[in-house]
Ligand binder design. Structure first.
Ligand code: C5P
Length: 400
């Protein structure tokens, strides 16, 4: 992969992690990109323009005008020049400005003028990151079609532990490379993604479910959409807003998920089964709330339909099916047998033995095994980057 001749604007805002921008520039330049850096004034307290101009081989810009000779940096021209803009680190303040159309510095004015895709890599302390205003601003930016490279988890400069660290420069560079290398390669492809948990009713107020957040499925939807695919999510109940331009069919039970998936399956080119479907459901749903008694109670459970297996039975050769497996032991072996049994073309294994991977985490560590016998293990990454890896694998598998 390469960034050869790509014109990239790197925006640097004020964060202790601004030192990582230096590493990011080196990586981008090494991969062949032409990089122009725009810093906010406050960012200069964290890293000098001289460092970034030397590494990027271009003057660093931060003011609308320089000196007293009437020279000015034309934000419109800069916005049009770039093939891609990435703001890394994106501070809470810069995110808030961009999400609300403020443009009181060169960086935010260029953002408003840019017609190219814009990536944000947020970095801030734990509580700032999870403040509702920051979360809302990030969501607004996503709704505008911008792409967020999620902050990573770990020790923060304040000493607090949690989410907020700027994604590693290698991960950011990789995301940008994938952007160019998979750009619109899935145009015209119809993709169905099952996501989230299912809820199986016991009575009108109780149900059986699981901890699936749906995050992996929604990240996949966003990533496939970014490459031009027409994406439908068949979603169990989750607390995630649908990515712009993605159709969401909301369901609750495994049976409803099966019906919704089956309806669109024949038309689809790629079907990804990322939902954590309940394996059992109460044989009968009580019409009234079940009354508490002194004695024990038993609920008889019946097997739910296996959506992936059902689709696997009617799958055509020109359709691609991707399954997920979450195993605790003999992982790869079980995953491979599931690949065969459910007629998947590839299976994404996420192991519960890896800390930070699986349900409710924002990160995941996967291994992909395919029908052709290839097995690829990946590092622990944010689910967004994991989604990009899965997409890149699919594109490669299809020879696109
Ligand atoms: O058999 P197991 O639940 O481990 O298989 C996991 C894979 O099968 C996942 O891709 C999951 O979305 C899919 N599946 C399904 N319907 C079920 C159970 C699992 O589509 N009832």
């Amino acid at each position: 992969m390469t960034l050869q001749n790509k014109k990239i604007i790197l925006g640097v805002s004020a964060s202790i992690s601004a030192y990582k921008s230096a590493f990011l520039i080196r990586l981008l330049v090494k991969k062949g990109a032409e990089v122009r850096v725009i810093m906010t004034d406050a960012a200069k307290d964290f890293i000098t323009p001289l460092t970034l101009s030397t590494l990027s081989k271009n003057p660093v810009l931060s003011a609308f005008s320089e000196g007293d000779q009437g020279l000015w940096s034309n934000h419109v021209e800069l916005g049009l020049w770039a093939d891609l803009m990435v703001i890394a680190p994106a501070s809470a303040n810069t995110l808030a400005k961009c999400a609300n159309g403020l443009c009181d510095n060169l960086l935010t004015a260029v953002y408003l003028s840019a017609r190219c895709p814009v990536y944000f890599a947020p970095a801030m302390d734990l509580d700032m990151y999870r403040h509702p205003s920051t979360l809302r601003n990030i969501q607004s930016l996503k709704d505008f079609g911008n792409i967020i490279i999620d902050a990573e988890e770990g020790e923060l400069a304040s000493g607090l532990e949690g989410k907020g660290r700027l994604a590693e420069p290698e991960h950011i560079a990789e995301a940008l490379e994938l952007h160019f290398n998979t750009d619109k390669q899935l145009a015209g492809k119809k993709v169905i993604i099952t996501a989230g948990p299912t809820q199986e009713d016991i009575d009108p107020v109780r149900y059986i479910s699981n901890h699936s957040s749906g995050k992996m499925g929604y990240e996949l939807a966003e990533s496939f959409r970014n490459s031009g695919a027409e994406v439908t999510i068949v979603s169990g109940p989750v607390n995630i807003k649908a990515p712009a331009g993605v159709k969401v069919i909301r369901v609750r039970s495994a049976q409803e998920m099966l019906e919704a998936t089956a309806r669109d399956f024949q038309e689809s080119d790629i079907c990804i089964f990322a939902a954590a479907v309940a394996d059992y459901a109460p044989r009968e749903k009580a019409a009234q709330k079940i009354k508490k008694k002194d004695s024990e109670m038993f609920i008889e459970l019946a097997k739910t339909p296996d959506i992936a297996s059902e689709m696997g039975k009617v799958k055509r050769d020109d359709q691609l099916m991707v399954g997920f497996a979450l195993e605790t032991n003999n992982e790869l072996e079980y995953a491979k047998s599931k690949l065969e049994r459910k007629n998947f073309d590839m299976i994404v294994l996420n192991s519960l033995q890896d800390s930070g991977a699986g349900f409710r985490y924002d990160t995941n560590k996967i291994t992909i095994a395919d029908k052709r016998g290839r097995v690829v293990a990946y590092e622990l990454k944010s689910k967004e980057l994991v989604a990009q890896d899965i997409k890149a694998y699919v594109i490669d598998y299809l020879g696109l």
